[in-house]
Design a protein around this ligand. Structure first.
Ligand code: CTP
Ligand code: CA
Length: 223
């Protein structure tokens, strides 16, 4: 295996993968989060490592263990994830598979919020930094290839195509995450790869297989 890794097409290439959800604290015992197992991001990191890449794996609290052979950086919040990502630069490619919480609670409480008879808590939110857009729009040390994900429930291709342009990334891996698809929390994925050249629909397959195909495609760009 050592030899196979050492001779892979991505040998020595530094790549970054974000994965999992972020948790945004409300108080010491509560948080808001996205629904994400981290399975697809973990599989992508593993597939890139298997091609010989030096993978920096920045992960939020995930239910699946990280792959072997990658550098694991564990974070909790979106702000921590952005800091870890910037710390990891420069990289040749960045794959943003994390389900980052769009908002954080502006004044997370240091102590546990108790139920009272006097009313319900009111939470105030602030928008989190967009890690994918920040990476894509960097003036200095922008990765050569920046890949984002778009998990959508409606108008998947149109939303994802607009997202690619808005964020300034090179590719978007779009998928339909309506509960009826069984993709969220499942082992399979049905994705459409959106590039500057258009949309390419891949058949439904295992998340590991999606990861292998994507890693192979990334290798064609970096080598
Ligand atoms: N993303 C990110 N940082 C954020 C939000 C999203 O890096 N604060 C990345 C995700 O990792 C993913 C891509 O952006 O690769 C798309 O995320 P998505 O939630 O679909 O996009 P949003 O711009 O947040 O739009 P929406 O309103 O649909 O949630
Ligand atoms: Ca979002």
């Amino acid at each position: 295996i050592e030899t196979a890794l050492g001779n892979g097409p991505l040998r020595g290439r530094r790549v970054l993968v974000t994965s999992g959800p972020t948790h945004e604290p409300i108080d010491p015992v509560r948080y808001i989060a996205n629904r994400s197992s981290g399975a697809q991001g973990t599989a992508i990191a593993g597939a890139l490592a298997a091609l010989g890449a030096q993978v920096i794996f920045v992960t939020g609290p995930s239910t699946v263990p990280p792959p072997d052979g990658v550098t694991v950086i564990r974070v909790e919040t979106a702000q921590e994830m952005l800091a870890a990502v910037e710390q990891a630069l420069p990289v040749e490619a960045a794959i943003c598979a994390a389900a980052v919480a769009d908002w954080r609670v502006t004044s997370a409480s240091e102590s546990k919020i108790k139920k009272t008879k006097s009313g319900l808590p009111v939470l105030e939110f602030a928008e989190n930094p967009d890690i994918l857009a920040t990476l894509s729009q960097r003036a200095e040390s922008r990765p050569r290839l920046v890949v984002g994900f778009a998990a959508e429930t409606d108008d998947v291709i149109d939303n994802a195509t607009a997202k690619r342009v808005r964020k300034g990334c090179d590719w978007i891996v779009a998928n339909d995450v309506r509960p009826s698809t069984g993709i969220m929390g499942g082992t399979e994925n049905a994705v459409t790869l959106i590039t500057a050249d258009g949309a390419e629909e891949w058949p439904r397959m295992g998340k590991h297989q999606v990861a292998e195909l994507l890693a192979a495609r990334i290798a064609t760009v970096l080598t």
